[in-house]
Design a binder for this molecule. Structure first.
Ligand code: ADE
Length: 273
């Protein structure tokens, strides 16, 4: 997979050479190109921003450097026919989810355009759409100073799904949201993960739950599902509500008992299900 990033802070992307992603890049499984937007400016001050038409606070990134940068990066990677997806991180984008991470991980080539200030002149995305697929995505309902940290977050979420990047191939499918949401129908679909434990068996007088040492795989699976349900009810009641509404058949009698003990409102009719 090829990933290009256009930014005014190339040094921000040092972490891409660290850890699992760094190793995948060193192996050649991922090729990163980090490009300094200012390379495509032509004035002495290497200006990338200007005041907004129509007034308002802050500065807007000028279209000319962005247009040239995208033309050059697209041409260097094989041209517009080469199946690039342009991802523009912005708090005004659609929420980035595990489903996006999986879809992006299946792409041959991603280009990230990191905006700063009040964003990039709106014509840049429109122009890019005439030659490429373009998606505007947000990593959460808060405002960062620029798209760079969002790109690091998304890159990590995407790259850990690539074959060979995670040590244990199962961990990508086993983690919170890893089953691709409710639709996947997997054993933990629509839930976050419960707690996990390792040695020692007793730490500060706290014992690892005995069922995990029992060797009884069905009991362990049930215990893990109980833990996932409790944690989802506590931390993500929105996910339980969605599961109950969209896939009520995915909740068995024991699930409903656990949810009800966790104080999650499930009606009597549901418990009888
Ligand atoms: N740029 C600024 N805030 C952002 C956010 N929440 N997500 C993605 N990009 C951003």
């Amino acid at each position: 997979m090829r990933i290009d990033v256009i930014t005014i802070f190339p040094e921000y992307f040092g972490p891409l050479s660290v850890s699992l992603i760094g190793k995948a890049a060193a192996r050649g499984d991922i090729t990163f190109g980090v490009h300094d937007l200012r390379h495509w400016t032509h004035d002495a001050h290497r200006t990338v921003d200007d005041t907004p038409f129509g007034g308002g606070p802050g500065m807007v990134m000028k279209p000319e450097p962005w247009g040239e940068a995208l033309d050059a990066v697209v041409a260097a990677g094989g041209g517009a026919g080469a199946d690039a997806l342009l991802v523009i991180p912005t708090p005004a984008g659609v929420p980035f989810t595990q489903q996006h991470a999986a879809r992006y991980a299946a792409q041959p080539w991603l280009i990230f355009a990191c905006g700063r200030y009040e964003g990039i002149d709106g014509r840049v995305a429109d122009e890019a759409r005439s030659v490429l697929a373009v998606e505007e995505v947000s990593i959460g309902d808060y405002v960062l100073a620029g798209g760079e940290p969002a790109v690091l977050v998304m890159t990590e979420a995407i790259c850990r799904l690539l074959p060979g990047v995670l040590g244990n191939a199962e961990s990508a499918t086993d983690d919170s949201f890893g089953f691709g949401g409710i639709e996947s129908g997997g054993p933990m679909a629509g839930l976050v993960e419960g707690p996990s434990y390792t040695r020692p068996r007793v730490w500060r007088d706290r014992e690892v739950p005995p069922v995990l040492l029992s060797g009884d795989h069905a009991a362990i699976a049930r215990w893990r599902r109980d833990g996932a349900l409790r944690r989802t009810a506590r931390n993500r009641p929105d996910l339980v509500a969605r599961l109950a509404a969209q896939a009520p058949g995915a909740l068995d009698r024991r699930d409903r008992e656990v949810l009800s003990e966790a104080g999650f409102p499930v009606n009597a009719e549901d418990v009888a299900h």
